[in-house]
Design a protein around this ligand. Structure first.
Ligand code: ATP
Ligand code: MG
Length: 380
């Protein structure tokens, strides 16, 4: 029954397809003869290209191409490719009847009769000017963003350097001032040693920068925490006002850790200077070093770590400020007093060293910063 019906009404599907093709307005759908002349035209073609069917049927499809494409033989190339390979696709500028141009996405497909003879080509063209413009805008925005990120990274690097040098200069200046007014030759000798030490740190810093420029890795070595604390304490002693007491508690036999010693010292100085700045008048800073076993309770870390705690009796950190303290350039200090880079460096260092930094703080009571660093693997 079904097949009889179809034999009785052979025209119906063809008409329906014609109706369908005719009613599509977002795509130009038309046929070319094998020589490239237009033989049919739909509503979408009229809307996109501006020609009515009676104006364009019989004309060669190269009228849709730009003069430059025509000189380069683009229409002929596409036609040949479609006839040889059965299909050709193209994206490029096309010209409307009024001379304006649009960016087209076009496909050319060969149509064959039942004997396999080529009877023509189906051409489907879409105006994707808007899509192309958004893609170009997106590219431009990406390029801008990339440039901004590059500048920001450069700014952070420069600021970070200024910050580290500033910490060292604080030590050098305060030691030099004390030495200048001291009558005790032994004390002057010790102060000069601190100045030398800080100067050497500065040299290491520039060397690190040079190595950064050559894209070298961090200088990770096995470090004995006790030795590191001794040298840091020596650097710090004269940068603390006499009202602030520095207490130190080192668990005996703390295992070796694995990190960049120079950077770790900078990081500890950052934490200690922050603690100093939080204390108005009298107070104390406690530096504690302990071995700890972690099983996920600190930022999901597992294994053996050494924890450096810097605890102060300062003003504490307000709850609304707390989530922002590790952001680069975030500071609550007066203009010229803080760059806001200290803790972002601490954070970056902790992450890069496969450790973590945690903070507990209560306004009016004090702050405790805990830096976790992995214990060095046993071996060479
Ligand atoms: N121990 C602390 N007690 C109270 N507030 C702190 C403490 N440590 C950090 N903060 C807060 O976190 C902010 C950011 O600290 P960060 O070290 O990144 O920058 P900074 O100390 O302001 O500037 P810089 O380190 O360049 O001197 C500080 O401005 C301060 O508000
Ligand atoms: Mg700081």
């Amino acid at each position: 029954m079904v097949s009889t019906d179809r034999l009785d009404q052979p025209e119906v599907p063809t008409n329906r397809y014609e109706q369908l093709v005719q009613s599509v307005v977002d795509y130009a759908i038309y046929m070319l003869d094998p020589a490239g002349n237009v033989v049919s035209w739909n509503a979408g073609a009229e809307r996109i290209k501006g020609y009515r069917a009676d104006e364009i049927i019989g004309q060669h499809f190269s009228v849709f191409f730009t003069p430059r494409d025509c000189v380069e033989g683009r229409p002929g190339q596409l036609l040949r490719q479609a006839l040889e390979q059965g299909v050709a696709q193209d994206e490029g500028w096309r010209v409307r009847k009024d001379g304006t141009q649009f960016w087209a996405l076009a496909a050319l497909d060969v149509i064959r009769d039942e004997q396999g003879q080529i009877v023509g080509l189906a051409k489907v063209t879409r105006d994707i000017t808007d899509r192309r413009e958004s893609a170009l805008q997106l590219d431009a925005m990406r390029a801008q963003l990339f440039q901004a990120q590059k500048l920001e990274a450069l700014g952070q690097l420069t600021g970070g350097l200024a910050h580290d040098f500033n910490n060292l200069l604080t030590i050098i200046l305060s030691s030099a001032r004390l030495a200048a007014s001291s009558q005790d030759p032994e004390r002057v000798r010790r102060l000069l040693e601190h100045i030398l030490d800080a100067g050497q740190r500065g040299t290491q810093l520039t060397q690190r920068l040079l190595s950064f420029a050559r894209h070298q890795q961090l200088n990770v070595t096995r470090i004995a925490p006790a030795e590191l604390i001794d040298s840091t304490r020596g650097l710090l002693e004269h940068a603390l006002p006499s009202e602030i007491v520095l207490e130190q508690h080192l668990q005996p036999d703390v295992p070796m850790i694995q990190a960049d010693a120079g950077q770790l010292q900078m990081v500890l100085l950052n934490l200690l200077f922050n603690a100093r700045d939080a204390i108005e008048g009298e107070g104390s800073i406690r530096l504690e070093v302990n071995a700890v076993e972690l099983s996920g309770e600190v930022e999901g870390l597992h294994g053996s770590f050494v924890c450096f705690d810097v605890q102060d009796t300062g003003q504490g950190i307000e709850a609304k400020v707390l989530p922002r303290i590790f952001e680069p350039f975030f500071t609550t200090k007066a203009f010229g007093k803080g760059t806001g880079l200290g803790l972002s460096q601490v954070y970056g260092f902790a992450k890069q060293s496969n450790g973590a930094i945690c903070v507990i703080s209560e306004v009016g009571v004090g702050t405790r910063m805990s830096l976790y660093l992995p214990v060095a693997q046993i071996g060479p």
